[in-house]
Design a protein around this ligand. Structure first.
Ligand code: FAD
Ligand code: NAD
Length: 473
């Protein structure tokens, strides 16, 4: 006999577990099925983000940043430490502990919210019947009034360059190296390539990023991308643009990579190769004659409210259209749970912030200058360098800038772009302003504490109207 639920969520990543918690808060009888197990073989909800994505990568970025600053920045403060060293095993162990704490925390939240959690693979059948092949063995049948599909994504594999998890690795492998590779090749100078490339470069690896496109970080605003590229170069990251990887083979413990570059075919040798060329929606084993349609990119097709073509079946997160970001999936999860409960759930895909946690950090929301030009929208741009802020100088971290783009007529903020320390936190103010249809003038009239990095946001907003105080207009 199948157990009855108001809502069954398949997938316990940031999209699925958040949807389950919100549904339970709203009084709906809820189950969440997630198949992931941790390094210790125990159930570990939290999806890619908590287990092998956002959180472990940030843990390693923070550890490696401390090590790098110790070697390259602390001397300016008068601090000297002779022969600093890093113990990679301790660093990885610290990361694993954080992951375990957070995945354990989700299981506590499931209990606190009376959510039935099944560790196994969920499959949706006709009429919202769901079967769970439990990791412990056996099968469980569930019957739902509503099903939320949140099965996430997996790394794209380049044909002919299969992952072997020793020499040719994906994000999971690169988060778990047991020593710093001497030479690390990275295919793709995108978000993962830059973040994980930075980690190992700061610890002493020679890192070469091989990027097929001719432009660096094409999704970011060009001024931000240029400044970031300059800083990464200074840090020793070698970024080779226009380098299409043709093949890679492993021989004698080395990875041989053949690229079609600017100067023709070239062979490069690495100790490890990280392939980070994007992710694709994952739906293996999820749908059994359920009638749910996929789009031409294999993503679950949804409308503006995350409804699939099957009544009562919804889909959220990386498995559907839109940016593959944890916060986007979580907000979709909340919106869908609220819609199921009869409330007006909503998510605005136009104000989703992007953050790249390199040093300097990169963050943006809304349109780039190139996108506004292409759309023929008249705009005014204001910018302000962190080098002109007292706080940036006091911190010894004054690289980068804030750039704000506002509609030439209405002054509405159309985009905000930041490269610099704490960009990940500073962008939140710009998101709030855009969500409330704020103008550059609104940001300019808000009092910002002194001395803070947020004064650069304030000054950039003033500069839109050419009345910045601490820079020439
Ligand atoms: P997932 O997190 O992929 O979760 C899906 C879960 O469903 C998985 O546990 C999977 O095993 C499970 N599952 C799939 N099918 C089934 C099934 N049939 N039955 C049961 N369980 C199933 N995003 C950010 O916003 N910020 C970051 O800093 C960031 N850093 C990242 C760093 C890296 C290295 C990577 C790889 C990604 C990063 N991301 C980041 C992206 C972020 O991880 C994803 O956008 C996010 O995890 C997507 O959430 P999701 O719930 O849709 O899917
Ligand atoms: P990405 O799309 O950010 O970057 C992939 C890069 O690989 C692109 O620049 C692309 O041009 C390049 N590329 C593709 N094929 C290539 C080839 N054959 N040779 C050389 N270059 C090639 O993808 P990613 O870095 O794998 O990350 C996947 C997704 O995970 C991101 O788009 C993002 O949604 C999410 N993520 C987010 C964060 C964050 O929010 N901080 C961090 C990591 C990952």
């Amino acid at each position: 006999m199948a157990e009855q639920f108001d809502v069954v969520v398949i997938g316990g990543g940031p999209a699925g577990y958040v949807a389950a918690i919100r549904a339970a808060q709203l009084g709906l009888k809820t189950a969440c099925i997630d198949k992931h197990t941790g390094k210790d073989g125990k159930p570990a909800p939290g999806g890619t983000c908590l287990n092998v994505g956002c959180i472990p990568s940030k843990a390693l970025l923070d550890s490696s940043k401390h090590f790098h600053h110790l070697q390259h920045q602390y001397a300016d403060h008068g601090i000297s430490v002779k022969n600093p060293s890093i113990d990679v095993t301790t660093m990885i162990g610290r990361k694993d502990k954080i992951v375990k704490q957070l995945t354990g925390g989700i299981q506590q939240l499931f209990k606190a919210n009376k959510i039935s959690y099944f560790n196994g693979t969920g499959t949706l059948h006709r009429d919202k019947a769901v079967s769970v092949a439990l990791n412990d063995g056996g099968e469980q049948q569930l019957q739902a009034k509503h099903v939320i599909l949140a099965s996430g994504s997996v790394p794209i594999e380049i044909p002919g360059i299969p992952y072997d998890n020793e020499y040719i690795v994906d994000n999971e492998g690169a988060l778990d190296f047991d020593h710093t590779p001497k030479r690390l090749g990275v295919i793709g100078a995108g978000v993962i390539g830059l973040e994980l490339g930075s980690v190992w470069s700061r610890l002493g690896a020679e890192v070469v990023l091989l990027e097929a496109l001719p432009d660096f970080l094409a999704a970011a605003d060009i001024d931000i991308a240029r400044q970031a590229a300059r800083e990464f170069k200074k840090q020793g990251l070698e970024i080779r643009l226009g380098s299409l990887v043709k093949r890679a083979t492993v021989s004698d413990g080395q990875v041989l990579v053949v690229i079609d570059g600017k100067d023709g075919e070239e062979q490069l040798t690495f100790d490890k190769l990280l392939v980070a060329v994007g992710r694709k929606a994952y739906t293996d084993g999820l749908l059994d004659e359920a009638g749910v349609e996929l789009d031409d990119r294999g993503r679950i097709r949804v409308d503006g409210h995350n409804r699939t073509n099957v009544d009562g079946v919804w889909a959220i997160g990386d498995a559907v259209r839109g940016p593959m970001l944890a916060h986007k999936g979580s907000e979709e999860g909340i919106a869908v749970a609220e819609l199921i409960a009869g409330l007006p759930g909503h998510i605005n895909l136009d104000t989703i912030p992007w953050v790249i946690y390199t040093d300097p950090e990169i963050a943006w929301v809304g349109k780039t200058e190139a996108e506004l030009k292409a759309a023929g929208i008249e705009y005014r741009a204001g910018s302000f360098p962190f080098a002109a802020t007292g706080r940036g100088l006091a911190m010894g971290d004054a690289v980068g800038m804030v750039k704000i783009l506002a509609d030439a007529g209405s002054d509405a903020i159309l985009g905000a772009h930041i490269v610099g320390a704490n960009a990940s936190e500073l962008i939140a103010e710009c998101v709030v302003a855009m969500e409330f249809h704020g103008s550059a003038e609104d940001l300019a009239r808000i009092v910002h504490a002194h001395p803070t990095l947020s004064e650069a946001v304030h000054e950039a907003a003033l500069h839109v109207d050419r009345r910045a105080i601490h820079r020439a207009n």
